[in-house]
Structure formats: C-alpha cells, structure tokens
Design a protein around this ligand. Structure first.
Ligand code: 3PG
Length: 306
C-alpha cells in the first residue's frame, strides 16, 4: 500500500524516520509531501495513495475526490475539524485521529502562555503569580486534565466544566466541578479552553461569558480560533481594560487586536501547541501504527466517522 504523509507544517525528522520504519517494516511504501504551499500539490500527491496522514492540513471534498484509491485518513493529533467527514464517509474512507498523543505538549504551552500573560508579556513592571488563582478548565478531556494537573503544581485552584465528564470523576481528581459554563467564567481568573470546533461550539465564547469574568480575567486558547466570537471578544476587551487574551491560534482580527490591546493580547506566530519532538513522534507513530493495523486486521479503533 502507498501511505502518504502530507504536512504543510512538517513533523520533526525523528517522527518521519519512525513513521517510515513502521510503514516499511509492514511492507508498505512511504511518500512524503512537506511544506507544500499550493493545494494542487496535495491533489497531485494523493492521486494514487491508499492511506493519508495529515496534521491540520485541510482534507476537503476536493482532496477526497482527487484521492481515488484512498481507504483511510489519519489526523495525527486530536482535533479533526480539518477533515471533511461526510466526504470521507460517502467515499468509504475511514477517518481517524490519535487522541491524547500530543496532549502534554499543548498542556505545557497553555501554562506557558498563562505565565507570560500574568507577567505582562515579559515587559518590565509588576505582574502577578498563578499561585492561589482560580483556573477554569473549559472541557475536561485529554488536554484539559493535563493542564489541571500541571496547574496544581503551581498551587492554582482548579475548576472545570464539561457536560460529558461526571462531577464525581472530577472530584476524585481534585477538581471542583461547576454546573454551567457561565459559572466557570464568572468564577475563574484564568480560563483554559479545550473545546473542539464544531457546529455547537463555533463562536460560542463571546461577550456574555468574557464580560462575566472576575477582575483581571484572562482567557487562554490552545484549542481553535473558530470557537471565539471575535467581534464580541473585542467589545468585551474594549469595555474592560483588565481582560486579557493569550492564544496559540491567531484570530482573524490579529492586527486590530495588537493595535487595540497591546500586551493584554498575545498570539503565537504559528500554532505551536503540538510543535515538540515528543508530540510529533507520539502522534506520527500512532498514526502510522493505526494505518498498519487497519490494513492488517481491519482495526478501526479511533475512527471518527461512524
Ligand atoms: C491537535 O488538534 O492535535 C492540535 O491542534 C495540533 O495541531 P497540529 O498538528 O496542526 O500542530
């Protein structure tokens, strides 16, 4: 089988070497398309492949249409909002992610941005400590749980809201469960966002939640930009000079927000939550192994289009 790794933002070399080893040991062929700038290069590269590994690369209906032999696509990472699932399903293509594999890298970055924002973006002047502050985890999944664990090392008081996780389980893990998203934002100095981007969550973080945050409230986003209602966020930050936003995914209004909010706003130049050698290796090798198992035994664990 021909297995293509198509990554506009390439994996670390060690990850590509590991993927190659898994693929070739199983008797398959590895093809590589890295740092492509033209979507036509992707259309051409997928033409004859049986399997595809991507990161945040958009697997659109057009990509699926160009990939006549494709049987499986694996998003090496957690969020699969970049995959056109109906198009995969309509073409009998199994779509998977690799949940948990890059979570630690994202969680560490969330805390890093938190420190950066609470120290005035490393500008001279008096900042504040994380110790004793209330942190709200918005979605207590793989990344949220790790952020909570690390934050406890900073002696933060950790709260969480997640309709899919029981309050008992959160309590067992030393987390204070709140019963609504409004309560989470109204309670916590810091919010760390970990919701996926989908129809329910798109533009769901807006004026009401942000303006309800306590004095000095700071939102940290290592999830997706699409979940933010940007116009409403700007309104809330204009009205409240104490609110801050630190994100790993630059908003559409990045330039405007730099101008308006200065050091109250920060975005990484390019999404780097999962940009560690460890995360690349974990997610990349998991993706390759999932594909090999799928071809060998039909194993569909981690399928997301069912
Ligand atoms: C994920 O959903 O796994 C992260 O957002 C990482 O995305 P990336 O592979 O584009 O860095």
């Amino acid at each position: 089988m021909k297995i293509l790794v198509a990554t506009e933002k390439p994996f670390a070399k060690a990850a590509v070497d590991g993927i190659r080893q898994i693929v070739e040991q199983a008797g398959h062929e590895l093809l590589l398309l890295e740092k492509y700038t033209d979507v036509n290069a992707l259309y051409a590269a997928v033409a004859e492949v049986d399997a595809l590994i991507v990161r945040s690369d958009k697997v659109t209906a057009e990509v699926i249409d160009a990939a006549k032999n494709l049987k499986i696509v694996v998003r090496a990472g957690a969020g699969y909002d970049n995959l056109n699932l109906p198009a995969c399903t309509a073409n009998n293509i199994v779509a998977m992610n690799t949940p948990g594999q890059n979570s630690n890298a994202v969680a560490e970055l969330a805390l890093g941005i938190m420190v950066y924002m609470s120290r005035n973006s490393f500008n001279p002047g008096t900042g504040s400590e994380l110790k004793g502050k209330k942190l709200g985890i918005h979605a207590y999944g793989n990344v949220g749980r790790l952020v909570a664990k690390i934050a406890k090392g900073f002696n933060m008081k950790v709260y969480a809201f997640d309709p899919f996780v029981s309050a008992e389980r959160m309590k067992e893990e030393g987390i204070i469960a709140v019963s609504s998203v409004e309560e989470l934002y109204a309670t916590c100095h810091f919010i760390s966002l970990h919701i996926p981007a989908n129809e329910q969550t798109r533009k769901s973080i807006g004026y009401a939640l942000l303006s309800g945050m306590p004095k000095g409230g700071c939102l940290i986003n290592t999830a997706r930009k699409e979940v933010i209602h940007e116009e409403e966020m700007i309104k809330a930050m204009e009205e409240r000079a104490d609110l801050k936003y630190g994100t790993d995914i630059a908003p559409e209004n990045h330039t405007l927000m730099v101008e308006k909010f200065g050091i109250r706003y920060f975005a990484t130049p390019k999404k780097m939550g999962a940009e560690t050698a460890e995360a690349n290796i974990n997610a990349g090798l998991a993706a390759a192994s999932q594909i090999v198992r799928f071809f060998e035994t039909g194993d569909k664990t981690f399928q997301v289009n069912k």
